[in-house]
Ligand binder design. Structure first.
Ligand code: PLP
Length: 391
């Protein structure tokens, strides 16, 4: 039996898999058991910011494993504290809580906002249509796409999903009871849809006048991918809480809630916690990720490579106006919306040794590692042109 056959017997059928058996990864490439090499332009869905088997991450993990893999929350732990100090420095925020994943960090952020609002009469959380915040019940309560929600209700009370980028709707739904507004400033799973500058400005105006918290879901867009440390920094947004995950653990499970001054003192011992969150091995990897990104100018690289990628994608849009509807995104978080389903193009690139992803059925998504170089971008664009021509 091959891997897919064994998997379908042993595991719940929750994922659509690619027909590839990976043997190992190195840098920007994946190598399959049948000896093929693939340029990975979606990098573990934005997790593998430094590509595969990065020596700095491998060394950091090895060293921490030799010291201790786990201690309970009764002990202060150097890797957790160092990582939190670094996140404070790079964000300019006050406090960090370490969790295991994106969705668990979103749950923690919801709890933080609710606790902040308790006693002020602020219990409502507002989020936006077409967003993706995770798979747990709190996150689902703040999403609207039926494919994620059907069959799972009832959801959390006092949660509203308002149309994304509709300022009138937002104004109608905000009130003195609003505790927080949660948003992806650049929606990832929803098809790389950035917030409009006017909508961002309205959120910030209402945040000041209404006194709610803004929570930025930076799980996909954070840590340099968009050419700035956080995606929201492309807009006039000033979140009170930032949620990160995906790339921060270098491939190990890790997420974080980063809080500004308004929420810095809301949590006290015993009110929130996790057994594995902030695992010291994952934190050691996270420190290596941040050191590598900052010491090697990888945020600038994301911006520069993003310029080449976007100029190429826009060129293809001009060349194939009947196929390409729109090109959207920032840096190395790029989406190309097609006038047709994208899976055929994804398969054509795969046959050409390049891995991209399609989200929302017709948006080709590019989330390459931040270590990508110009020839990788050019090869991808050439392969895309070839695939478009063959249609
Ligand atoms: N928020 C965003 C923007 C995401 O892209 C994701 C995952 O794709 C999540 C939340 C959920 O993260 P996780 O899968 O680690 O729970």
């Amino acid at each position: 039996m091959n891997l897919l056959e064994r998997e379908s017997t042993a595991m719940f059928h929750t994922y659509k898999r690619l027909p590839l058996e990976v043997d190992h990864g190195k840098g920007v490439y994946l190598y399959t058991a049948d000896g093929k090499k693939y340029l990975d332009m979606f990098a573990g869905l934005a997790v593998n910011a430094l590509g595969y088997s990065h020596p700095r991450i491998v060394a950091a993990i090895g060293e921490q494993v030799g010291r201790y893999i786990h201690l309970s929350n009764y002990f202060p732990q150097e890797p957790q504290i160092r990582l939190a100090e670094m996140l404070r420095t790079y964000s300019g925020y006050k406090k960090v809580f370490l969790a295991n994943s994106g969705t668990e960090s979103i749950e923690g952020a919801i709890k933080l906002a609710r606790k902040w609002g308790a006693g002020k009469g602020k219990t409502e959380i507002i989020a936006f249509s077409n967003a993706f915040h995770g798979r747990t019940m709190g996150a689902l309560s703040l999403m609207d796409r039926p494919k994620y929600l059907e069959g799972y209700g009832p959801f959390l009370p006092n949660c509203r999903v308002v149309e994304f980028n509709n300022t009138g709707e937002l104004r109608k739904n905000v009130s003195g009871r609003t505790a927080a507004v949660l948003l992806e400033s650049i929606q990832g799973e929803g098809g790389i849809n950035p917030v409009t500058p006017e909508f961002a400005e309205e959120i910030t105006n209402l945040q000041k006048s209404s006194g709610f918290l803004v929570i930025a879901d930076e799980i996909q867009s954070g840590i340099g991918r968009t050419g700035k440390f956080f995606g929201f920094q492309h807009f006039t947004l000033s979140p009170d809480i930032i949620v990160i995950a995906k790339p921060i653990g270098g491939g190990l499970p890790l997420g974080a809630i980063i809080g500004g001054p308004k929420v810095a003192d809301v949590f006290e011992p015993g009110v929130h916690g996790t057994t594995f969150g902030g695992n010291p091995v994952a934190c050691a990897a996270g420190i290596a990720v941040l050191d590598e990104i900052t010491e090697h100018g990888l945020i600038d690289n994301a911006r520069l490579m993003g310029e080449i990628l976007f100029s190429g994608l826009r060129g293809l849009q001009k060349e194939f106006p009947n196929l390409v509807k729109e090109v959207r995104g920032f840096g190395l978080m790029a989406g190309m919306e097609l006038n047709r389903e994208g899976e055929g193009i994804v398969a054509a690139l795969r046959d050409d040794g390049i891995l991209i992803n399609c989200t929302n059925t017709n948006v080709l998504r590019f989330l390459p590692p931040l270590i990508i170089e110009k020839p990788h971008v050019e090869t991808t664009l050439e392969s895309l042109r070839k695939a478009f021509r063959s249609l």
